[in-house]
Ligand binder design. Structure first.
Ligand SMILES: Cc1ncc(COP(=O)(O)O)c(C=O)c1O
Length: 501
């Protein structure tokens, strides 16, 4: 066997059989930098855009450094030093999970091989692996023998595609011409549903008032009786409901809509049911909480986000459908790529089912996760964060410094610092906003915020099994400290004003 001649010049940067030593060295150097940073990093440095912006602006993109080590040194300054680290036990903010090592391995492999999952002739085994994982997920949901689906870039895209399919199904079912039917279509989702439903409706050309927010109960779960009333109201008004979107794990409250009752209401009204399980899909692999998703198997389509509750790196999501034939609404045969004859020859071209063309082999990360650690281990990790949220809720409920909103079925906790009785509600809002900012700026912890009934609240999204109850208690002390500091500074400033007359 003859050794290939080493590449020189610009070609030395191409990944191929002639550059394998450079590939190994560069990736190992990058992995080493990340590992060294992770060994000491907090959840966030607290940097502001004003401070970091000039450093990034000062990089002359037209003057390459020419060398990996120098580029990595620079990367430390412009990115790694101040990145937000989701692996850290005191990162408690958004729906970002720490990631598992088999998935990181998958990420390294998939980007090097660089398969594109639009067609069989750009991916081969990648296509079949994605299909196996779609079947596996559909099986876990219980969607039946005609199910299918496709990986997507995230929950927003999965919801968008679900509503695209629903719109086309609804338009095909109405006697009205398309342009007359489109503004009449309605989508029903709960008040706590994800904003991607509204955004999708807009992108799909629906009317501005097409999305109807169905009232939720005290636990922020859709009220099935109100849904039934809204379905009936739409029927009487001649407004076709193209989909009911139930949420299995609302973003703020971790609430799971009552899926069996919602499925009943949809069945009675002949409405299509989409379940947004972007967050709650982790329960599909829980050995103790799978029952919380009961009823999901009656959905017409389901969104799952492996990059939320399967400990996968961004991005990794999928849309599943009960009846594979509806995916035809996303099909377009292009002569150069996926001609109709390829479908006739049963060549598996995933682009026939996707709104994307070139598409990452994100499925590989889940594949390696299941092959190395297995579904039960993923479910175990998710169960641990749900347990931790219950502990956090109990801590908050027992702490007079705080008010806590609802007990999540998943792993969020929405709460606020309670100021002394008589404090102006606007000051209480500001104290909570300040506490969140000050906490992030201190680099000690990161928490999220949201509004409940018009007032500012704070939020933990607990997705890290390494977060302990002691971490939660410590962060609560920090939050209370910052909020109290704000209120006492305000009181002192008011006192000064009064004294000055
Ligand atoms: C319930 C729910 N659906 C959809 C999404 C959107 O997912 P993505 O951010 O992956 O687009 C989110 C994101 O937080 C979510 O919580």
């Amino acid at each position: 066997m003859t050794m290939p001649a080493p590449a020189t010049g610009a070609r030395s940067h191409l990944f191929n059989d002639r550059t394998l030593p450079a590939y190994r060295a560069a990736v190992a150097a990058g992995v080493d930098r990340v590992a060294r940073r992770v060994a000491t990093a907090g959840p966030f440095s607290g940097i502001t855009p004003d401070r970091l912006g000039p450093e990034i602006a000062a990089v002359d993109l037209d003057r390459p450094l020419g060398e990996t080590g120098a580029a990595l040194d620079e990367l430390e300054q412009v990115y790694l030093r101040d990145a937000v680290y989701f692996h850290h036990p005191r990162y408690l903010a958004h729906l970002n999970c720490p990631v598992v090592i088999p998935a990181l391995l998958g990420e390294a492999v998939l980007s090097a091989v660089n398969s594109s999952l639009d067609t069989w002739d750009q991916s081969a085994g990648g296509t079949l692996i994605e299909r196996r994982l779609i079947d596996w997920t559909a099986g876990r949901i219980g969607l039946g023998p005609d199910a299918d689906g496709v990986f997507t870039s995230g929950g927003s895209q999965s919801n968008f595609q679900a509503l695209l399919l629903a719109r086309e199904q609804a338009l095909a079912a109405t006697a009205l011409p398309r342009h007359q039917a489109l503004p009449r279509l309605r989508v029903l989702t709960s008040q706590a549903g994800h904003f991607s439903v509204q955004k999708s409706a807009k992108m799909l050309g629906l009317a501005p008032d097409a999305v109807i927010a169905v009232e939720t109960d005290r636990d922020r779960r859709m009220r099935p009786a109100v849904l039934a009333r809204e379905l009936e109201r739409c029927r009487r008004a001649g407004l076709p409901v193209m989909a009911v979107v139930a949420t299995a794990g609302t973003t703020d409250f971790g609430s799971i809509d009552p899926l069996p009752e919602i499925a009943d209401a949809c069945a009675r009204a002949g409405a299509r049911l989409h379940v947004d399980a972007a967050y709650g899909c982790g329960l599909l692999v829980s050995r103790t909480r799978r029952h919380l998703l009961a009823g999901i198997e009656r959905a017409d389509s389901v969104t799952v986000d492996f990059h939320k509750s399967f400990f996968q790196p961004v991005s990794s999501s999928a849309l599943l459908v009960r009846d594979r034939s509806v995916l035809r609404h996303a099909t377009h045969h292009a002569d150069y790529l996926n001609p109709a004859r390829a479908a006739e020859q049963r060549i598996p071209n995933q682009v026939d089912k996707s709104v994307q063309t070139t598409r990452r082999f994100d499925a590989l990360k889940l594949w390696l996760t299941l092959r190395v650690m297995g579904a039960d281990a993923v479910g175990e990790l998710f169960d641990q964060v749900v347990d931790r949220a219950a502990e956090a809720y109990a801590l908050l409920a027992a702490d007079p410094r705080f008010e806590v909103v609802t007990r999540s079925q998943l792993s969020t906790v929405v709460f606020r610092h309670l100021p002394p009785v008589g404090t102006d509600p606007a000051d209480a809002d500001e104290a909570n906003l300040y506490a969140r900012r000050a906490l992030a700026a201190s680099g000690e912890a990161v928490v999220a915020g949201t509004k409940v009934d018009g007032r500012h609240y704070l939020k933990f999204t607990l997705l890290n099994p390494e977060t302990t109850a002691a971490d939660v208690a410590h962060v609560l002390d920090l939050v209370a400290g910052h909020a109290e500091q704000y209120l006492s500074d305000q009181a002192a400033a008011a006192e000064l004003c009064r004294a000055a007359g």
